[in-house]
Design a protein around this ligand. Structure first.
Ligand SMILES: [Zn+2]
Length: 264
């Protein structure tokens, strides 16, 4: 399953947050009409993410435990074309050891698939902490434990010198200088309050269309396509999880380290 939130903050059209993720995912869904996948692929465009993950929470909590168990993995795309971008990949294995811990078992493998994609393009990545701040939150929640992964090109965080060495752009400025502001717009960034000098500087280093970084959008759309088509045919890298009813039955058996579940 793959999803992106379709809503934005009320005072902005939200062309990066999150028309970028919604449009990237929609294009992949349209292209998927050309293939007959082995596995079922479900696409979701969530409502009311910005009002505290309302749509995705409703969806996940209204699945039966059996239906939840049938979702092998969930991919999330929330902000994939930030003007002053980084290539952030959700830190499924918590290798950065920052903020929240790792995702459910299998999340590390999803992170690896995305990292391999960027490596194949000669592009570096950053670990994006699994904060639960987007629609994957209800999927990875305790008791649900669906492996998850996804992309994030940065919001209100500040680009560092190390980031500039990897991705270019402007040090000391937000990854998305118009995050949750009216200037997160496709046409009138400066007219809607964007910092004219900063956007002029960004445009001297990157190709921007409004508040969209077209290189980040193009690359990340390919990353989404790679992940969706890979898992549409083969989820064998994702360790199986036991259904809730079956999980109870195994409690009586020999206790194994949770990490053993990664080994197949
Ligand atoms: Zn968002």
């Amino acid at each position: 399953m793959a999803g992106a939130h379709l809503d934005s903050e009320p005072d902005t059209v939200g062309v990066n947050d999150n028309a970028s993720g919604s449009a990237g995912l929609l294009e992949v869904a349209l292209q998927m009409a050309k293939v007959k996948p082995k596995n079922k692929v479900r696409f979701a465009w969530w409502g009311a993410e910005e009002a505290n993950l309302v749509g995705s929470t409703f969806y996940v909590t209204n699945l039966t435990p059996q239906q939840q168990a049938q979702i092998t993995l969930y991919l999330n795309f929330d902000m994939i074309a930030s003007a002053n971008y980084m290539f952030g990949v959700y830190d499924g294995d918590d290798s950065a050891a920052q903020g929240s811990g790792p995702g459910p078992a299998g999340s590390a493998q999803i992170e690896k698939l995305f990292e391999a994609f960027y490596a194949s393009r000669g592009q570096p990545t950053n670990a994006a902490d699994f904060t639960g701040r987007s629609d994957y939150g209800p999927f990875i929640a305790a008791g649900v434990n669906i492996p998850a992964g996804g992309l994030f090109t940065g919001a209100e965080g500040i680009k560092t010198a190390a980031d500039v060495a990897k991705f270019g752009g402007v040090e000391g400025a937000q990854y998305d200088p118009c995050y949750h502001d009216p200037c997160d717009d496709l046409f009138r960034v400066v007219q809607k309050g964007g910092d004219a000098a900063l956007y002029a500087q960004l445009r001297s280093r990157y190709k921007l269309f409004g508040n969209i970084n077209t290189f980040a959008l193009d690359t990340n759309a390919d990353a989404i396509a790679t992940a969706v088509i890979t898992y549409a045919f083969d989820t064998s890298t994702i360790p199986p999880r036991t259904a809730p009813a079956a999980a109870k039955a195994t409690v009586a058996g020999p206790q194994t380290d949770a990490n053993d579940l990664h080994l197949r």
